[in-house]
Design a protein around this ligand. Structure first.
Ligand code: BG6
Ligand code: MG
Length: 209
């Protein structure tokens, strides 16, 4: 029986994909490293530093740890300025409706996101107080597909992994949910995952069981 739903943030609650793209592209251009939408796709659900490592795979130069931190900061400083433009209108279609229905069903709701900007994003879109727990990039040490972010969210909700459902748009996130022993619901790209349990559209029906 599902007692709580843990939502990924980027790509599930709000679309920040193009903002990440613009910010990484600006950094890659500065460093003369090729970057396109296909590479950006591989960064879904992946932490900031792990994303940077993927972008640098094709770089000519070998970067020191200090230089990598500076590049990640360069990207994030710009990304944060773009986040200021986010508002309630950027909440993805259907999300508010699902959250309200889950609340009426007494099903707990949490965020399970790799982003260190999750709380800022939630504030900007007016949903900071909506979730009972927020597990994000600031309280984890391992990136998805590691299950850490979801296990911590379930703990905050005081429910077990088998009572938890996860909604994810990234393949790495579906893997993380399954690694956590949770029921995985897919949206967007993640729908092609061979290990997902259901699609996002099936969530309410499964929660009723
Ligand atoms: C995830 C995004 O939610 O957060 C990734 O899907 C991103 O693309 C990751 O790299 C980390 O985000 P941030 O905001 O901490 O740089
Ligand atoms: Mg996502």
């Amino acid at each position: 029986m599902i007692k709580g739903v843990i939502f990924d943030l980027d790509g599930v609650i709000v679309s920040t994909d193009q903002l990440h793209y613009k910010s990484w592209k600006r950094m890659a251009d500065k460093e003369h490293i090729y970057f396109d939408d296909t590479i950006n796709h591989r960064l879904r659900g992946i932490s900031r530093m792990a994303s940077l490592d993927i972008i640098l795979e094709i770089a000519q130069k070998k970067y020191t740890d200090q230089e990598k931190l500076e590049l990640a900061k360069y990207k994030n400083d710009y990304y944060v300025t773009l986040l200021e433009e986010l508002s309630e209108k950027d909440i993805l279609p259907g999300v508010m409706n699902i959250l309200e229905i889950l609340k009426r069903m007494n099903i707990k709701i949490a965020i399970g996101s790799s982003s260190r900007n999750a709380k800022k994003i939630l504030k900007n879109i007016g949903l900071f107080d909506t979730f009972e727990a927020i597990s994000d990039g600031t309280n984890i040490s391992k990136s998805k597909p590691d299950p850490e972010v979801f296990l911590k969210a379930a703990k905050m909700l005081n429910i077990s992994p088998s009572e938890s459902a996860v909604v994810e748009d990234a393949l790495s996130g579906i893997e993380a949910a399954k690694n956590a022993g949770m029921t995985a619901f897919a949206t967007g790209d993640a729908k092609s995952s061979p290990i997902k349990d259901y699609d996002f559209e099936d969530l309410l029906e499964i929660c009723k069981k």
